[in-house]
Design a protein around this ligand. Structure first.
Ligand SMILES: CC(C)(COP(=O)(O)OP(=O)(O)OC[C@H]1O[C@@H](n2cnc3c(N)ncnc32)[C@H](O)[C@@H]1OP(=O)(O)O)[C@@H](O)C(=O)NCCC(=O)NCCS
Length: 370
């Protein structure tokens, strides 16, 4: 089936190209050319898929920044030729892309070099022409050339066969704005002022010794993270370079806070979240939704719920509107107590070419993909 349709695509005159710089994607978008706006729209639809927002919430479009893409696509040891775009030869229009990054994963005690495949996107006008399988095949081929035979990826759609089925939870930080833009709505017998009161957070964090992560914390954070992630059936094995890349704070990309014991100066806990803003479409009052996504959190002394609550307080101080978290790792049981609301759909995790005996529970998964 795919073989039959691929020549048809070729006859439309497409060229597969490698991105020299992943930020190229946003550069194209911000150039504002009508022909390239589609890129943004393609990415935008992922909002709906990833968070499974209801039709009322289809007013949002992911607004990836250059810095975010650089962070997400250029970890230590990345392969430039795993950032793949398809252009129309004549117009140079970018009409599809897919990316992979290398990761070392531990699966049931076995350490496996893998790829994380992400950012699959096909221009709306080229949907349902089986371009996605072609993209997947091409990235797979390039991954194989590096002698890597396994991959991890997530999707909002059910494909054969998920390694785990997870759920997004959303914690309202700015109720008025979320209600105004139709992201959420007033509950039964709730008024706006009651809702604002319900989601109000303390103005300062509760944990003594909480501070922004710095370069000097990389070793301690690596140790904490490695220890913690070793409890899960599937989890990455981050080394110091990776921790520096993934967790060292970058303004409007990733935020990480450590708890330094006031007595011993030991780093005992940390939390992190990444920032992925969305454009709000057709709204006269608001243009951007600031969204935080829980990333990796480790608690050894501070109760995890307090750490999480402090993450919400920091996000609120930084003017985020909503805080999203998956029910992976130890997050699940905390969600209701922290006033997260359950998202209305699933995020499926997949492992390519790796058979798990049975599907994992979210709490057995120590992995967050962007
Ligand atoms: C996801 C997307 C690329 C699929 O493209 P499409 O044009 O609808 O689908 P195509 O005709 O090219 O290919 C269909 C095949 O791709 C598979 N497919 C669809 N989405 C997929 C995904 N996220 N991951 C892997 N395979 C996927 C389908 O199952 C189908 O295969 P099958 O017939 O063997 O079941 C497209 O809908 C898109 O760009 N959406 C917006 C961005 C997005 O949601 N990306 C995925 C994030 S999880």
């Amino acid at each position: 089936m795919m073989k039959r349709r691929f020549p048809a695509l070729l006859s439309l005159n497409f060229a597969i190209s490698v991105f020299k710089d992943p930020t190229h994607i946003t550069r194209s978008i911000s150039s504002g050319k009508a022909s390239l706006l589609g890129n943004l729209r393609m990415l935008a639809t992922r909002v709906c898929l990833r968070a499974r927002l209801s039709s009322q919430r289809r007013c949002l479009r992911f607004n990836y920044t250059k810095e975010f893409l650089r962070w997400g696509l250029r970890p230590p040891g990345f392969y430039q030729n795993w950032h793949i775009g398809v252009r129309v030869k004549a117009s140079k229009k970018l009409v599809a892309f897919i990316t992979g990054i290398p990761v070392t994963m531990r699966v049931r005690g076995e350490v496996v070099r893998m790829a994380e495949v992400n950012f699959l996107c096909v221009h709306k006008k080229l949907r349902s022409k089986r371009l996605a399988p072609v993209m997947i095949k091409e990235v797979t081929r390039r991954i194989h050339l590096e002698n890597i035979w396994q991959a991890a990826y997530t999707a909002g759609v059910l494909l054969p066969t998920p390694a785990a089925t997870c759920q997004y939870w959303h914690r309202t930080l700015n109720p008025k704005k979320l209600i105004d833009i139709g992201f959420s709505w007033l509950g039964d017998r709730m008024t706006m002022s009651r809702t604002i009161k319900l989601y109000r957070l303390p103005t300062s964090t509760a944990t003594p010794g909480l501070r922004k992560m710095e370069l000097r914390d990389v070793l301690s954070v690596t140790r904490l993270l490695q220890n913690y992630l070793s409890r899960f059936i599937v989890a990455p094995t981050f080394d110091e370079d990776e921790v520096e890349h993934w967790l060292l704070p970058q303004e409007n990309v990733v935020e990480s806070y450590v708890v330094e014991s006031p007595e011993t100066h030991e780093i005992t806990d940390f939390f992190s979240f990444y920032a992925l803003p969305s454009s709000i479409l057709n709204n006269p009052s608001y243009s951007t939704l600031k969204t935080a996504y829980s990333f990796y959190n480790v608690s050894t002394r501070t109760p995890l719920i307090q750490l999480f609550q402090d993450a919400l307080v920091v996000a609120k101080q930084k003017d985020y509107d909503v805080f999203n978290a998956l029910d992976v790792m130890d997050n699940g049981p905390l969600m209701r107590d922290l006033k997260f609301g359950q998202g209305d759909g699933q995020l499926y995790y997949y492992l390519y070419n790796y058979r798990l005996r049975e599907a994992l529970k979210p709490s057995e998964l120590g992995l967050v993909l962007l």
